[in-house]
Design a protein. Structure first.
Length: 261
């Protein structure tokens, strides 16, 4: 079934989503249903996938190697929601930073990637290399208040990565159009945070995905391979606080959507 924006609106209304946007794209048939948010939504940790992709593009360009060594800085320390080896003085690699930023949504690993790639360079790569025209990197991530000290942040702009850009990047990863796409896909497939869209899947489905959470937003999106072998990109952003009730709404959205795919 080909789904359009009106179909997505009906599903979202049924599931109680508000201040939301979604993209559903068939990677096999080429159709796409899109509803963009009426107001920009902060991407939260959804920004980590394009940042890792930008770092891997720099590997392709020869600026770094996958095993490029990084020593974790005290300046990048912030709270993580999962246990992390990313403590000051820890010796890591670009490969591990990319994996941790996505698989466990590690904030410290992400901040190290900010320093390694550079926010202006990462924005240039996202826009010119991947066609993510509305994606930009402005400030490092904080796992709690107070915000991490970030002298390079202009204290005006926030990171941007809207749902249509997220969908475009996931599609490029699925089609191996991103440097070292297999590393990104493997990290997405090993995602440890699975209390949103994945809860609406059917037995045998596989969802390689990334989440975003704050007390203002809850998001999820990635690459779905159904038990029957069909492939889709599904992204859902909401302007709802990330909590058990709202995350369950995203699960209901996926369950209703999955019945139509």
């Amino acid at each position: 079934m080909r789904l359009g924006g009106d179909d997505l609106r009906r599903l979202a209304t049924r599931c109680g989503l508000r201040a939301w946007g979604a993209v559903v794209r068939s990677l096999d048939e080429g159709w796409e249903g899109v509803v963009l948010p009426s107001e920009p939504l902060y991407p939260a940790s959804m920004i980590k996938t394009p940042l890792a992709a930008a770092a891997l593009a720099e590997v392709e360009a020869g600026r770094f190697a996958l095993e490029h060594e990084v020593v974790v800085s005290t300046a990048n320390l912030t709270l993580n929601d999962a246990p992390s080896p990313m403590l000051p003085g820890y010796r890591t690699t670009l490969r591990e930073l990319c994996d941790a930023a996505i698989r466990t949504s590690d904030n410290v690993a992400t901040n190290e990637l900010f320093d390694l790639v550079g926010r202006e360079r990462a924005t240039q790569i996202a826009r010119e290399r991947f066609g993510l025209r509305q994606t930009a990197f402005y400030r490092k991530l904080s796992g709690s208040e107070p915000l991490i000290v970030d002298p390079e942040w202009d204290r005006v702009h926030r990171n941007t990565h809207p749902p249509d850009d997220a969908a475009r990047l996931f599609a490029a990863i699925a089609r191996a159009e991103v440097p070292h796409a297999h590393l990104l896909y493997d990290a997405l497939a090993a995602q440890i945070w699975n209390d949103k869209l994945p809860r609406g899947l059917r037995d045998g489905d596989r969802f390689a995905h990334k989440t975003g959470d704050t007390d203002e937003v809850t998001h999820d999106g990635g690459i779905l391979t159904t038990a029957e072998g069909r492939r889709y990109v599904i992204v859902a952003y909401t302007g709802l606080p990330s909590d058990e009730t709202n995350n369950a709404r995203l699960a209901s959205f996926m369950e209703a959507l999955r019945a139509l795919l």
